[in-house]
Design a protein around this ligand. Structure first.
Ligand code: KIV
Length: 275
């Protein structure tokens, strides 16, 4: 191979792109999970179309009660780990509460920092109609935005908790308007979280960008779950989660066997020491 033919380091990593995700509207379902951690991200990377470094990491990794206290630097730290651990999935990093709502300019400064420092391919932010101006500002300046409407955990204090949205049909027009507004503003996809199934299905039919459901509808263009929830690591399983593995009990069993071995001096054995 001549020097001219040699692939550039950039060409060696071929990730799924934002336009590829956007083009999946109405097509093969988009597979997505959260990950906050290089080793789990490497596994998810072999199966998912995009990986979300969600601000749920505040609750899952750091024991916070809500996502409100998550700092930008923490998102950047976990975002870097996930980008380093992956090769093919699009990596999307959540903008935490307080880093994008004040003004489009502040949102741009913080989102640009996230993209430069983590190497991720897109950011996600919460909010519908109220965030449309900011979404337009960011996308026109080179920052791909995934929107997030329905149950928006960063507003849990205003909503009075983590409440399923759309239980009363009177509220549907506002939710539909939110989804239309983020699509018109240039978001390439929208997460629909915690809303009644017929509303999520209706929105999916109405808007031209992929909808990614979590506690929403099988009619959405894709699905996302928090990895630790579907692996059985969350002591509480929300209704919308299907548990695909029981890692909690497996870890418990392994840790208990290790503790027993250490106490009995049966670890390390000959195999684990250097002679
Ligand atoms: O933070 C997160 O994990 C999320 C998903 C639940 C969509 O936003």
């Amino acid at each position: 191979m001549s020097a001219q033919e040699k692939p550039s380091p950039a060409a060696a990593v071929r990730r799924i792109t934002v336009p590829q995700i956007a083009s999946r509207k109405g097509g093969a379902p988009i597979v997505s999970l959260t990950s906050y951690h290089a080793h789990t991200a490497a596994i998810v990377d072999r199966h998912a179309d995009f990986i979300l470094v969600g601000d749920s990491l505040g609750m899952v990794m750091h024991g916070m009660e809500t996502t409100v206290g998550v700092p930008l630097d923490l998102m950047i730290m976990h975002g870097k780990a996930v980008v380093r651990g992956t090769q093919r999935s699009l990596v999307v990093v959540d903008m935490p509460f307080g880093t994008y709502e004040e003004s489009p300019g502040a949102a741009f400064r913080n989102a640009a920092r996230v993209m430069k420092e983590t190497g991720c391919g897109a950011i996600k932010l919460e909010g519908g109609t109220r965030m449309a101006e900011t979404i337009r500002f960011l996308t026109e300046r080179g920052i791909p935005v995934m929107a997030h409407t329905g149950l928006t955990p960063q507003s849990s204090h205003v909503m009075g908790g983590f409440k399923t949205q759309g239980r009363s049909e009177d509220t549907w027009p506002a939710h539909e308007a939110d989804a239309r507004a983020v699509a018109e503003a240039g978001a390439f996809a929208v997460v629909l979280e915690g809303m009644v199934e017929p509303l999520a299905a209706k929105i999916t039919e109405q808007i031209p960008i992929p909808t990614i459901g979590i506690g929403a509808s099988a009619q959405c263009d894709g699905q996302i779950l928090v990895l630790e929830d579907m692996l059985g690591l969350n002591p509480w399983t929300p209704k919308f989660v299907k548990v695909y593995g029981q890692l909690g009990p497996m870890i418990e069993e392994a840790v208990s066997a290790y503790a027993e071995d250490v106490r009995a001096r049966s670890f390390p054995t000959e195999d684990q020491v250097y002679r």
